[in-house]
Design a protein around this ligand. Structure first.
Ligand code: GLY
Length: 254
């Protein structure tokens, strides 16, 4: 069975962390409706939705991806780079313990799951304002013994590695080459986002379908021309909180 772990939109989302996005008013009811439609899209693709306990006092709690990396063997509980986000991990860990053995990133390491792109047994980890080399070393030590390779990747101009690149098919990535060098992901090959849609590289691959924000129509056309089956969701309110389609779920098999 495929699980999609999600968490409710907090009323405090208006106070979210922002790094590369200018603050603008967020309509919480609309954000909740968009989040519900996102969950419905995942359910229609065969995911069973499991909710981590709501955390209304934590503005960024909806962005569960940053709190854990779920692999077949273990779940790595992160230590988010933004101090305001560190309390988010407890509720996610309490949910994941029912599915995986937990291992933890520890001080002085900081790691956001949005910086980790898993492709098979290779983990690409963005070096960003949220993720430091101490955490990348810890991740490597934790996972090498399980047969994984951890590769640091330089990222410039965006929040997370997965703001700049995500998997769009096995062995193929969608990338904004202005924020990350596509050659870092070789032997994977790549498709570039439409140049006027810099935020469009964040798509969510679920089995053989790709979830794409409605705002990125020209990149959607590129994906379809490339042979992808695209599922469109409107996440415009969550984008104002510097979140994308990968950020709002942790997807794994049981
Ligand atoms: N608002 C998402 C983040 O900055 O972590």
């Amino acid at each position: 069975m495929r699980i999609a772990l999600t968490r409710d939109v907090s009323p405090s989302l208006v106070d979210c962390q922002l790094t590369h996005v200018t603050r603008s008013p967020i309509d919480i009811d609309r954000a909740r409706a968009q989040h519900a439609a996102y969950e419905a899209a995942l359910a229609s693709m065969g995911c069973r939705i499991v909710h981590a306990p709501a955390a209304p006092e934590l503005p960024d709690a909806v962005f569960v991806e940053d709190t854990a990396i779920v692999l077949d063997e273990v779940a790595v509980i992160t230590r988010p780079g933004a101090t305001t986000r560190r309390p988010e991990v407890a509720g996610v860990a309490e949910t994941l313990v029912g599915y995986r053995t937990l291992v933890f990133i520890e001080e002085p390491g900081t790691l956001d799951g949005g910086d980790v792109l898993v492709m098979g047994h290779r983990l690409f980890v963005g070096q960003t304002s949220r993720t430091n080399d101490a955490a990348i070393d810890q991740l490597s030590r934790l996972l090498t013994r399980l047969g994984y390779e951890v590769r640091p990747v330089r990222v410039d101009g965006c929040l997370h590695l997965k703001s700049a690149v995500t998997a769009m098919a096995p062995g193929r990535v969608l990338v904004n080459p202005r924020w990350v060098d596509p050659r870092a992901f070789e032997p994977a090959d790549w498709l570039e986002v439409a140049p006027d849609e810099p935020h469009a590289a964040n798509v969510l691959l679920v089995e053989d379908r790709v979830v794409v924000p409605a705002a990125h129509a020209r990149t959607r056309q590129r994906l379809e021309a490339d042979g992808c089956q695209v599922v469109t969701v409107d996440v415009s309110e969550l984008a104002k909180a510097e979140g994308g389609v990968t950020c709002c779920s942790l997807i794994f098999s049981t």
